[in-house]
Each structure stands twice: as structure tokens, then as C-alpha cells.
Ligand binder design. Structure first.
Ligand SMILES: Cc1cc2nc3c(=O)[nH]c(=O)nc-3n(C[C@H](O)[C@H](O)[C@H](O)COP(=O)(O)O)c2cc1C
Length: 222
């Protein structure tokens, strides 16, 4: 049994490419793992609140009871992430980076003393605290030239940002499935979507195989 957490973040409900890819992933996953729990966290439909004065104050007090008060949602989201064996993040590109609702999600789960440790006396003060597990990012962009290898790839801040945040909390095993050219609505968009769907099949099949032992990652350099 492999439990799957799917984080949806598109603001669109209809015509969303990342939602279609996530649905496809879930469908294939259920075939391979009929007993697995599938949890869907839809931050596109219900965005987490931005962190505020109360949240930040509570996060930096080591003995705050997290299950209630300003950190309650953060705690719930982190517990969900910890319970998953595999995580899928459906991430559209908005203005060259993460949608605000997905950034709000990460602001809730990246928490000192909970998902990363900070010790200013160490040479490398940051230590990720989550156990590594496979994360699959389903990316969709309006202009495929912004994907790796394309002539606008230098404008893609979504993928490096995702990789940095996830590695910071200990999730290093990240793969991307990408669709492009949504804004063009032409053959390139269709072909790109079909390739992404085929890649979903391959990734689900790969994840159904016994996974290699995860090598512990070194402390992060800032
Ligand atoms: C607010 C907004 C900002 C966008 N910014 C970009 C962008 O910077 N670069 C790009 O290639 N496409 C951009 N797009 C296009 C989306 O990335 C594309 O439509 C993608 O398929 C959206 O994901 P979804 O289909 O799951 O909703 C933007 C779309 C929206 C709605």
C-alpha cells in the first residue's frame, strides 16, 4: 500500500491542464495500488491563509502547542505530508513562478523546528527534518519555450523555486512532468499534453517498483 498526497493548485477548475494530469495520475495510481489512501489537498479551491504576525510569533516559540491556535493548519498540512509515501504537486506557472496559493501552502509547511532545523552555531545552520520520499511535480505553462531547453528557459523560476523549497525540508527526490503551449491551443499544446500523459504512465509504473534505499542527504548550504 502506498499512500498518495495530491496537491492541486490551479485556480481553474475547468480546462486546467495540471488538474487533468493529476486526475490521470490518481486514476493510474488507484489501478496499481487499490488499497492506497489518496488524499487531495486543493489549495487552488481553498488557498491557505498567508502567514501573519500570530503565525510567525507562534512558529518561533518552541513549546507552542501546534495542534491549536495559529499553527493548527500548518500542523495539519505537515502531518498530511508526513503520512504520504508519494506526493504529487500540480503546479501551473503563474507569472514565471509558483501560483500564490501554492506559495501560501509552502509558507505554511516550511516551519522552523518542525520541517527544518536552524542552529546558528553550526557551520551549515540549516538541517532538513522531513524523511525523503518521491515528489512528482506536474507543471503546465502557457509558452513551452519557457520549459528547460527552450529559448525562454531562463525565465522559468517555478522549477528552481520548487526544487529549493522541497530540498530545504528534506524532499530531494523530485521529478517533473511538463506540459507546454497551453496559451497557443494548437498541435504543440495537444502533443505536449499527450507526452505528459504518457510520462504519467511511466512515472506511476516506476513508482510501483521497489524503490532504491534513499541515501541521506548532507546538511544544506544556504
Ligand atoms: C495568472 C496567470 C499567469 C500566468 N503566467 C504565465 C507565465 O508567466 N508564463 C507562461 O508560460 N504561462 C503563464 N500562464 C499560463 C499558464 O501557465 C497555463 O495556462 C497553465 O496551463 C495553467 O495551468 P492550469 O491549466 O492547470 O490551470 C499564466 C496563467 C495565468 C492564469
Amino acid at each position: 500500500m502506498k499512500n498518495l498526497l495530491v496537491i492541486q493548485s490551479s485556480g481553474r477548475v475547468t480546462r486546467s491542464i495540471t488538474r487533468q494530469l493529476a486526475d490521470c495520475f490518481i486514476q493510474r495510481w488507484r489501478v496499481n495500488h487499490p488499497d492506497a489512501a489518496v488524499t487531495i489537498r486543493d489549495v487552488g479551491l481553498i488557498p491557505p491563509p498567508a502567514v501573519n504576525e500570530a503565525w510567525i510569533a507562534a512558529a518561533f516559540v518552541a513549546d507552542t502547542p501546534a495542534a491549536e491556535g495559529p499553527l493548527a493548519l500548518s500542523e495539519e498540512l505537515i502531518a498530511e505530508l508526513e503520512a504520504a509515501d508519494v506526493v504529487v504537486i500540480a503546479a501551473p506557472m503563474y507569472n514565471f513562478g509558483l501560483p500564490a496559493q501554492l506559495k501560501a501552502y509552502f509558507d505554511q509547511i516550511v516551519r522552523v523546528g518542525r520541517t527544518f532545523a536552524f542552529d546558528p552555531t553550526q557551520e551549515i545552520p540549516y538541517q532538513p527534518l522531513l524523511e525523503d520520499k518521491p515528489v512528482v511535480a506536474l507543471i503546465s505553462v502557457g509558452d513551452g519555450a519557457i520549459l528547460p531547453g527552450g529559448e525562454l528557459a531562463h525565465l522559468n523560476h517555478l522549477e528552481p523555486h520548487l526544487r529549493t523549497i522541497l530540498a530545504f525540508i528534506g524532499l530531494h527526490d523530485l521529478s517533473y512532468i511538463r506540459a507546454g503551449y497551453d496559451e497557443y491551443q494548437d498541435g504543440r499544446a495537444r502533443r505536449s499534453f499527450e507526452r505528459a500523459e504518457a510520462e504519467v504512465d511511466r512515472v506511476v509504473a516506476r513508482l510501483a517498483l521497489p524503490q532504491p534505499l534513499v541515501t541521506p542527504q548532507p546538511r544544506l548550504r544556504p
